[in-house]
Design a protein around this ligand. Structure first.
Ligand SMILES: Nc1ncnc2c1ncn2[C@@H]1O[C@H](COP(=O)(O)OP(=O)(O)OP(=O)(O)O)[C@@H](O)[C@H]1O
Ligand SMILES: [Mn+2]
Length: 271
């Protein structure tokens, strides 16, 4: 065998599963028709090919390593892949078409922090995703062209309310509005000009705006150059089971904190 084919066949040998990341319909069909020994799993944000075995990921990852890690972690979480299984992953890493094949051993450790952020958070994955989308969108556009910062504390709202105080009247006091609702996304963006944090429940209800967080911040490690918003956003996730999503006014990045640590950092411009 020529060395290139040998290399490739070594990568795909004895796979328990083949994970196709956002494949085209024709590629997926060919895999189904081939009737492989390995299970064929489709991983993506949407099941555009109507795959029988589909693993949904909550957002488009820019980093392919993150994507593969997250996807395989999610496949383990969904019960399609077991610990120790060899998963051959086909991804479009350099272009829109699949151009990369990698060999990954599914393991508990493959559960990335990012996977944890969505799946093992108190709040529902859809709620975290919606808030992340609002933050990314706000980061891209700013408010009337000017950069804005924002702090969203998602999940475990009762405890978060106990560790914070109002800076002003709460515009969401008597409302029953949820994130993901288009009008709410507009409201969140509008109110982001104002001080303090948004508090959002596990199921996505906006509990409050204008909250000043007062968590214990000793021992919290946040990236240098970031200030009070990030400190408070990080620390509240150690004091409670909430997840914080923070848009920085100064560097424009969106960060997520869980358990007091930074678990995700994304540049809205890349989305
Ligand atoms: N404890 C807190 N709870 C809620 N919001 C806070 C808290 N501390 C600061 N903020 C909000 O963060 C805003 C920015 O504060 P600061 O510049 O210190 O934070 P930062 O981490 O540097 O964030 P940025 O990168 O957006 O500037 C404040 O105007 C305030 O609205
Ligand atoms: Mn600042």
């Amino acid at each position: 065998m020529d060395p290139v084919s040998e290399l490739l066949s070594g990568i795909v040998a004895d796979a328990d599963a083949v994970a196709l990341f956002s494949p085209s319909g024709s590629l997926y069909d060919r895999f189904v028709e081939a009737d492989l020994d390995a299970d064929v799993i489709v991983i993506g944000t949407e099941n555009t090919v109507d795959a029988d075995t589909f693993v949904e990921i909550p957002l488009e990852f820019v980093d392919i390593e993150d994507l593969v890690e997250f996807g395989v972690g999610a496949a383990v979480g969904d019960g399609y892949v077991e610990d120790g299984d060899v998963v051959v992953c086909a991804t479009a890493s350099f272009d829109d078409e699949i151009d990369t094949v990698s060999r990954v051993r599914a393991a508990e450790s493959v559960h990335s922090d990012l996977y944890d952020l969505f799946v093992n958070s108190r709040a529902e994955p859809d709620v975290i995703r919606s808030v992340l989308e609002v933050a990314i969108d706000l980061g891209k556009k700013g408010q009337k062209g000017k950069p804005v910062g924002a702090l969203f504390v998602v999940g475990d709202a009762g405890n978060v309310m106990n560790k914070s105080r109002p800076l002003s009247y709460n515009p969401f006091e008597k409302s029953h509005v949820h994130v993901g609702d288009p009008i709410v996304n507009v409201m969140l963006k509008e109110f982001s000009r104002l001080d303090g944090a948004f508090v959002i429940s596990d199921s996505g209800k906006i509990v409050s705006a204008y909250r000043y967080l007062e968590p214990a911040a000793e021992g919290i490690d946040i990236p240098k150059g970031l200030g009070a918003r990030h400190m408070a956003g990080g620390a509240i996730t150690r004091d409670t089971n909430a997840t914080s999503i923070v848009l920085s006014e100064s560097d424009g990045l969106v960060r997520a904190f869980k358990g007091g640590t930074l678990v995700l950092e994304i540049d809205p411009e890349e989305y």
